[in-house]
Design a protein around this ligand. Structure first.
Ligand code: TRP
Length: 335
């Protein structure tokens, strides 16, 4: 029997899934679960690194996110969904790995560096409020990956420095304690980054430009009607440039079979923005319809969601215990 390779990736439970998550990450996870042994982690401990003072938010979003993931097609018969904090081996590994990483190396991690700069800008301080837990989260993420024996890690570009740091930790561990762990490889998301409704390069909750998978029809309508179009197009029959229009961008993203016509009519001025937006709203509604049905099902069956998480976590725990045994033996702490 050929063993399937193990995929491990995670997501922070800090909000619902939006189109950026879906097209940039989770739609790919749905495909990967067909060919790999997949562990999808609800990273509640990591979410707490910068939401430690808001535990209710993290708690609520663990369930919200699980339902979102099930609604888009993560299949509990094929993949394991688990909660990070339920695997104490991850926390234990984090402690062991922290001896192998210098402070300078953590501060040099580009992902951490960018996030610290954002916090400084946001809170207007000199970074004194940056915690040990936050700066150290790449170590905890390396523990996530290796505890589960993940050899392939699907991520977006912004996460690449964290995978590289994990590989360094593995190499260092193996060179000191003997070959125990496997270096993981990243698998870059096929769709890089999804733009926001306002045309910004990134869709994000904090940017206020996101379209959520659980948005109601009214909200979808409101958001699309306000989406940014070519500012040069004033009247309905002005020709416009679809390449700078978010409505066209979303027609493309959602795979509208009518795309060529949309483009042609936009360029030659035979398509008004209102009609174009209405067509897009309909396409989005069609796309969301099965996702909404599944969400409704899981909302009506919370006990099933709970069982799915428990079973996924049970599998994850078995893996993590195996890793822990090997790690402790190598570190000579297997008393
Ligand atoms: N840091 C990732 C993010 O913010 C989430 C994450 C947690 C993760 N644990 C992981 C990603 C392990 C890959 C592997 O998107």
């Amino acid at each position: 029997m050929i063993m399937k390779k193990t995929i491990l990736t995670g997501i922070r439970p800090t909000g619902n899934l939006h189109f950026g998550h879906y097209f940039g990450a989770t739609s790919n996870w749905v495909k990967l679960q067909e060919d790999y042994e997949c562990f999808f982690e609800i990273a509640d401990v990591q979410a707490l690194t910068d939401n430690f003072n808001n535990p209710e938010k993290v708690r609520k979003n663990v369930y919200e996110l699980t339902i979102d993931l099930l609604s888009v097609g993560i299949d509990p018969k094929k993949a394991h969904l688990f909660i990070q904090s339920k695997i104490p081996e991850i926390a234990e590994l984090t402690v062991f790995y922290s001896n192998l990483v210098t402070m300078a190396r953590l501060y040099r991690n580009p992902t951490v560096k960018t996030e610290i700069a954002q916090k400084k800008a946001l809170f207007g301080n000199d970074g004194e409020s940056v915690t040990y837990g936050f700066v150290g989260y790449p170590i905890s993420q390396a523990a996530d990956i290796t505890a589960l024996g993940g050899t392939i890690v699907p991520v977006g570009e912004d996460q690449l420095p964290l995978i590289e740091q994990c590989r360094e930790i593995v190499r260092k561990f193996n060179s000191i304690y003997g070959v125990t762990l496997t270096e993981p490889e990243h698998l870059l998301s096929p769709t890089p980054r999804i733009k926001g409704l306002d045309g910004k390069e990134k869709m994000g909750k904090s940017l206020g430009n996101a379209l959520y998978l659980n948005d109601s029809s009214e909200i979808v309508q409101q958001k699309i009607m306000n989406a940014v179009t070519d500012p040069q197009k004033i009247r309905k029959d002005d020709p416009a440039n679809p390449d700078i229009c978010m409505v066209y961008y979303y027609h493309k993203l959602i795979n509208n079979p009518n795309l060529e016509t949309v483009c042609k009519e936009c360029k030659n001025g035979t398509r008004g923005c209102v009609a174009c937006k209405k067509e897009l709203i309909q396409k989005i509604e069609d796309f969301l319809s099965p996702i909404r049905d599944k969400r409704k099902y899981y909302e009506d069956h919370p006990e099933e969601v709970q069982t799915i998480l428990e079973e996924g976590t049970k599998e994850a725990k078995i893996r993590a215990e195996e890793t822990m045994k090997k790690v402790k033996a190598s570190m000579k702490i297997d008393y």
